[in-house]
Ligand binder design. Structure first.
Ligand code: DP6
Length: 336
């Protein structure tokens, strides 16, 4: 191995590189991989990047190390997490044609309890900091493709506000793109925590089980495409009512895949159902809001600036202030 040559080729950064990426909430869900190794999804998805939740990650490649050194939230992560970060760094090293271990320090400003997937912000921040530290200087599209290899939803966190992940068919054409500015910039997401534990079925396991055993999976692929087109048109027209209805419906269609898998499973608990009913009740009383739910029991309520105070106060009464967080549209990846 000729390190000297490789360092020249990759023009490694002399300094540590720090990147920040915000998490995102999917409104049209990504739920199932056509290619599990490259993370190519069966369907395109659409998300909103959120301002309140983000990950900061610092990376440098250091020849004096014998192996990758990984610290997450001030601690040495589990072997499984370590392996996942290491595998991702191998992709970055492969692209940069280097074989140098890295030092990584990552801090999540995502309350894991809020059930907002931290893997999206984590792998977007890692992709940005590691690729730059390795001297790759990727444009946003290439960065999105790279982030996708760590966690599918991470490819959308490269960009701010509304983002579409175009499923593509291979590594080169599966990446996210920001949607044009819309009349829905006053959108608010009220993140409600109903349970603080780790989920029993990870999204990775859950989507695999859904793809391989739910008889409804082909129907999901078909309806998801139609839902996506409808949501894009609602965003373009600034039509919040249609936006909310389609988002809520698409989330329920995703969860129908878990219920119809073999063995059947669900991410909902009793409180999830109670909150879904409360959202509907608010709506019937004239306060327009909708819900969406990812691979966990916590609920995100979609509303607008004009109603967010009333809606968050209603849920604070039920769940307590500490379990209600208001988020706005957030930015794409930034270097600090
Ligand atoms: C329900 O992106 O966490 O949040 O690609 O296996 O890492 P992997 O899965 P991940 O799944 C996200 C699932 C979801 C829907 C979404 O974000 O689109």
């Amino acid at each position: 191995m000729n390190f000297q040559l490789e360092i020249t080729m990759a023009t490694l950064s002399n300094n540590p590189v720090t990147a920040r990426a915000h998490t995102n909430i999917a409104l049209i869900k990504y739920w199932g991989k056509k290619d599990e190794s490259l993370i190519i999804p069966y369907t395109s998805s659409l998300s909103l990047t959120l301002d309140h939740f983000y990950t900061d990650t610092t990376v440098w490649f250091d020849e004096s190390l014998s192996t990758d050194q990984i610290i997450i939230d001030g601690q040495i992560p589990s072997e499984k997490s370590r392996q996942r970060v290491h595998d991702f760094l191998e992709i970055v090293r492969g692209k940069a044609q280097i074989a140098i271990p890295a030092s990584i320090s990552s801090t999540n400003h995502v309350p894991t309890a809020a059930g907002l997937a931290s893997s999206a912000s984590a792998f977007a921040a890692l992709a940005a900091s590691a690729s730059e530290a390795a001297g790759l200087h990727l444009d946003a599209t290439e960065l999105s493709k790279l982030a996708r290899r760590g966690s599918g939803s991470a490819c959308r966190s490269v960009f701010g506000h509304f983002v579409e992940w175009q499923r593509g068919t291979n590594d080169a054409d599966s990446y996210a793109k920001p949607l044009p500015d819309s009349g829905l910039n006053d959108i608010r997401v009220v993140a409600l925590t109903v349970e603080r534990g780790q989920k029993a079925v990870s999204s990775r396991q859950g989507m695999h089980l859904s793809v391989t055993t739910s008889p409804y999976y082909p129907a999901w692929v078909k309806t998801c495409q139609a839902d996506l087109l409808q949501l894009k048109s609602a965003i373009e027209k600034g039509d919040f009512t249609r936006f909310g209805k389609i988002s809520e419906l698409n989330a329920m269609r995703m969860h129908a895949l878990t219920l119809s898998a073999d063995p059947s499973f669900t991410y909902f608990n009793g409180q999830t159902l109670a909150i879904m009913n409360l959202v509907k009740q608010l709506r019937h009383q004239g306060t327009e809001c909708y819900y969406t739910i990812d691979a966990g029991p916590n609920v995100k309520v979609l509303c607008q600036q004009s109603t967010v105070a009333k809606i968050s106060a209603t849920f604070a009464q039920v769940l307590g202030d500490q379990n209600v967080i208001i988020a706005k549209p957030g930015p794409g990846v930034q270097y600090l």
